[in-house]
Write a protein that binds this ligand. Structure first.
Ligand code: BDP
Length: 595
């Protein structure tokens, strides 16, 4: 799916701003709130999560639907054009109404969707209403618990003598980040001519210094496809005619981590025009090495979240710029979009700045607290397939994307065969969807790894490990031994391995000469300990710490004002560990760290 852009052929209107908003009291659909202006609405900023913009537990803890409204004026000069209404992401489920009529629906809170509206709008003011559902359950991604405890002890197990009835239904997320909801990414209107470019696929390959870029353009209507590639100086370097073909760029500039180079493919079709940026870079696995442009790459970076004060999970462009700036300051070169696809604006920034991305689906929570039915209780298979298809359709041309992660910490151990039967087809699907055929994997959690038959079938092992925190917390000697022991197992597999999460909750400002858990010094000692083991293993291709910054979570006995494993506070102030990693990562080269 193409990102909406303004150009000679296409108009673009951003509907960001202050919208009317009302939490559903259970009567919203029955009383047809979508048909007329909301009564007594509050004013809310779009895009942003609704939870933290207004005071009160009703907003923070809302369960179910909420209604957004704005007036939509379509300028008369857009007449004669195809007009598309596009949402970057609405979390988790959306029903969109235009002038009271249902226009479209969408499931899944982290990917774009759009609908043509030129036949549904009239001159002057139109009423746009978006109903948003924040409920998570065994059919959604991420997963919400339907029975039993929420993540990290927010609910007690059933005790017969205790009245366990809650007053109101509530979400019980099976994941460790706050279940923010709302219109999280920009809402835009764009136009195209009626014969238009629908999609562009670009697949670069290298032969010596020449880049061969296979392209295909899908279009609707009548016309001829022309494509021309420009370098960063605006010089034309290749061109072709026809919907499919191969472009040759002699002496191509490579897109490299930390040293990005972007070409622009200018595609025209009849009256329509679209410019897609792309990079010439290859990604490949050979033995235990992860190669970018043929050279062994070492991932240095983080698991992240889209999370900031007030905005919640809403797009915060200044924070994205700041985060990537802090990564550069640290000598980091990569991050994982834990635990859902990030905004397209962030992906564009990573392309531009040469940050390598592990692109993850929202499949988190297919694990803990499960009953004897195991995988059978999840109703996610088709939706999971859909998000894999949509994620890769959205991000396929991004040079920053190096790996697809199809899930975070699913249970691959208690019912190994069931896990395998669920994930192997998804792994195959991801490969089939990606024109660039990038490596595919899933992120495994700390468990009895010897029982796991799913991870060894992935292209690369991505592992979350908490020796020294959840396992042997406070005993770094035991943690080091256990980690070393485990790595002997993985050494035999002959695949590249990287640590995608390791970390220790750390409250900024707690200092100790003899470090205890939660102190800044313990976080440093913890990382030094695990890094010692990683540095001994030539098949390790990267280290991504958990987490880049402190982030909001559900309230519970294990979380003190959120998850505190950040290397930065939620306000992006460095903890001691940031200075330790700054020194370490500036000494570790992007390429050929382990021979
Ligand atoms: C891992 C999860 C991550 C959590 C982290 C933690 O992948 O989402 O936030 O643990 O406990 O299991 O901090």
């Amino acid at each position: 799916m193409l990102y909406p852009k303004l150009n000679d052929a296409r108009a673009l209107i951003d509907l960001s701003g202050i919208w009317d908003f009302k939490l559903d009291d259970g009567t919203g659909f029955e009383k047809e709130w979508m048909k007329k202006p909301l009564e007594d609405p509050v004013k809310l900023a779009v895009p942003a999560s609704y939870n933290d913009q207004v005071e009160g537990a009703a907003f923070r803890d809302h369960y179910g639907w909420a209604f957004y409204q704005t007036e939509l004026v379509i300028p008369a000069i857009l007449k004669g054009q195809r007009i598309v209404l596009r949402f970057g992401a609405v979390t988790h489920q959306a029903k969109v109404y235009l002038n009271g009529e249902l226009l479209c629906e969408h499931r899944g809170g982290f990917l774009p969707f759009e609908a043509e509206i030129q036949t549904c709008v009239h001159p002057g003011k139109n009423l746009l209403c978006v109903a948003v559902d924040n409920r998570v359950d065994y059919s959604t991604l991420p997963i919400g618990n339907e029975v039993g405890a929420a993540f990290f002890g927010a609910d007690l197990p059933d005790i017969p003598s205790v009245n366990m009835t809650r007053q109101k239904p509530h979400n019980a997320p099976n994941f460790d980040f706050f279940n923010y909801a709302g219109i999280h990414r920009p809402v835009k209107i764009y136009t195209t001519p009626f014969s238009y470019i629908e999609d562009i696929v670009l697949v670069p390959e290298l032969t010596g210094t020449e880049a061969l870029v296979s392209y295909s353009v899908s279009c609707v209507g009548e016309g001829e496809v022309q494509i021309e590639v420009f370098d960063e100086d605006g010089k034309s370097v290749a061109k072709a005619v026809g919907a499919k073909g191969v472009l040759s760029i002699p002496d191509a500039h490579l897109w490299n981590p930390g040293n990005a180079y972007l070409y622009t493919a200018r595609v025209s079709f009849g009256e329509d025009l679209y410019e897609e940026e792309f990079g010439v870079r290859t990604v490949e696995i050979k033995g235990t090495k992860f190669l970018i442009n043929g050279k062994p790459f070492y991932f240095k970076g983080f698991g992240k979240h889209e999370d900031s004060e007030v905005h919640g999970r809403g797009l915060d462009q200044a924070m994205n710029v700041k985060d990537l700036s802090l990564m550069k300051w640290l000598g980091a070169n990569s991050f994982r979009t834990s635990h859902y696809p990030y905004a397209e604006e962030m992906m564009n920034l990573c392309d531009r700045l040469g940050i390598v991305v592990i692109d993850e689906t929202p499949a988190v929570g297919l694990n803990f607290g499960w009953n004897d039915k195991g995988y059978a209780k999840f109703r996610t298979k088709e939706h999971h397939e859909q998000v894999i298809r949509d994620l890769i359709a959205r991000d396929k041309n991004h040079p920053c994307v190096a790996i697809w992660s199809i899930a975070n910490e699913p249970d691959t151990e208690k019912q190994p065969q069931e896990a395998h039967d669920y994930f192997k087809p998804l792994y195959d699907l991801a490969h089939a969807c990606d024109p660039q055929n990038r490596p595919v994997s899933l992120v495994i959690c700390q468990n009895d790894y010897t029982r796991d038959i799913t991870a060894p079938e992935m292209d690369i092992i991505l592992a979350n490990r908490y020796y020294g925190w959840y396992v042997f917390g406070g005993d770094l000697e035991a943690a080091e031994n256990a980690m070393r022991e485990e790595m002997k197992y993985w050494a035999k597999l002959g695949k590249p391995w990287m640590i995608t999460e390791y970390g220790a909750d750390t409250v900024a400002g707690i200092h100790m000469a003899t470090p205890n858990m939660f102190s800044e010094e313990y976080q440093v000692e913890y990382y030094k300990t695990i890094n010692r083991v990683l540095d001994e293993c030539p098949f390790v291709v990267g280290e991504q710490t958990w987490n880049f910054a402190d982030f909001a979570t559900i309230q519970g006995t294990l979380r003190v004002d959120g998850n505190k494993k950040g290397m930065f506070t939620r306000q992006r102030r460095p903890k001691l560990a940031a200075h330790y990693f700054k020194e370490r990562w500036h000494k570790i080269p992007d390429f050929e760290y382990t021979k």
